[in-house]
Design a protein around this ligand. Structure first.
Ligand code: CP
Length: 327
């Protein structure tokens, strides 16, 4: 498949099984493989001197961010512009949301301006599902509260595939604040669908009860968990979702760093090469120290780079499902 071609050139059997990307839970392993194959093509395009393709010409995408973001927001906007889409950016700060306008009224007013696709980040779990039911546009969930962050999980698994040459059979450790993490949930769904083994590690208070029912192992001892894994994905403590520093579920950030943080001494103690990941933003010195974040085995910036190709692939494949002659 040439990514330069129009979305119509995707042959039979090369379509996603969904009209929206709301969560990894809703898509199949075949969908994920299709997104990866499509991202491979776009990654090649992104390494050319001319990085732009006309695939989404005449498509308008609105990026609606009701919650802060650096990577996801910039990455989606770049992906849309590389695909030649028209792009509208909206953030709730400074908008009529502060005057009491509801989510659905806000979105319907934006859609009335002939928007085809909406990329939305929202603090409430389920906000993207709600939108997909009520708005006439393709919806991409860019993170909904503690629920899912599907494009993050896709770019994480894609980056593992790139570094290890496979995802199936890879042992992936996810460390930290699993309870409040949409990245963790989407990663668990994605890695399970692709045949990886998943282990979770963190303070008992930050691991959801009965999480093993999702097909993951839980290990409290980080050093043991690190010796088990091929890849360690170090998550950020989500202080903003825990009601502030006074109710974190652990005594102090210093103690957290001591028990669940990855520094160079602990990393060297593993005794083998473990791939280091982090979805960002990093709290250097808490979940990971600078010498580990910037280590040769860290693929943190590869994750960010791959995010653009993955998001191009998702937008391109969803646009192919818009029933209109212009696509
Ligand atoms: N990984 C991630 O979602 O980062 P942002 O919050 O900066 O978008």
């Amino acid at each position: 498949m040439s990514p330069i071609a129009s979305a119509k050139s995707i042959g039979a059997g090369e379509m996603l099984s969904v009209d929206h990307l709301l969560g990894i839970k809703d898509i199949t392993a075949a969908d994920i493989e299709l997104i990866f194959r499509t991202a491979d093509g776009f990654k090649e395009v992104l390494n050319r001197p001319m990085k732009k393709v006309p695939s989404l010409r005449d498509i308008t995408v609105a990026n609606l961010f009701f919650e802060n973001s650096t990577r996801t927001r910039v990455s989606f906007e770049l992906a849309e512009k590389r695909l030649s889409a028209d792009v509208v950016n909206f953030s709730s700060g400074g908008s009529s949301v502060s005057k009491g306008e509801t989510l659905i009224d806000t979105v319907n007013n934006i859609l009335a301006m002939k928007v085809d696709m909406v990329v939305m980040r929202h603090p409430d779990p389920g906000a993207a599902v709600f939108l997909a039911r009520h708005a006439k546009a393709r919806i991409v969930n860019a993170g909904d509260g503690t629920h899912e962050h599907p494009t993050q999980a896709l770019l994480d698994a894609y980056s593992i595939r790139e570094r290890l040459g496979r995802v199936k059979g890879a042992r992936v450790l996810i460390v930290g604040d699993i309870l409040h993490s949409r990245v963790a949930l989407s990663n668990i769904f994605c890695l399970n669908k692709l045949g990886a083994e998943v282990m979770l590690c963190g303070p008992r208070t930050l691991i959801p009860r009965h999480v093993e029912a999702l097909g993951v192992r839980v290990e409290q001892d980080l050093d043991k968990a690190l010796r088990w894994c091929d890849v360690a994905n170090m998550l950020r403590i989500q202080l903003e979702r825990q009601g502030g520093q006074a109710s974190t579920g652990f005594p102090s950030l210093r103690e957290y760093a001591m028990l669940y943080g990855l520094d160079l001494k602990r990393y060297r103690g593993i005794g083998k090469e473990v791939v280091i990941m982090h979805p960002g933003p990093i709290n250097r010195g808490v979940e990971i120290t600078s010498d580990v974040a910037d280590h040769a085995n860290s693929i943190i910036l590869d994750q960010v780079e791959n995010g653009v190709a993955i998001r191009m692939a998702v937008l391109y494949l969803l646009a192919a499902r818009i029933p209109r002659a212009a696509v």
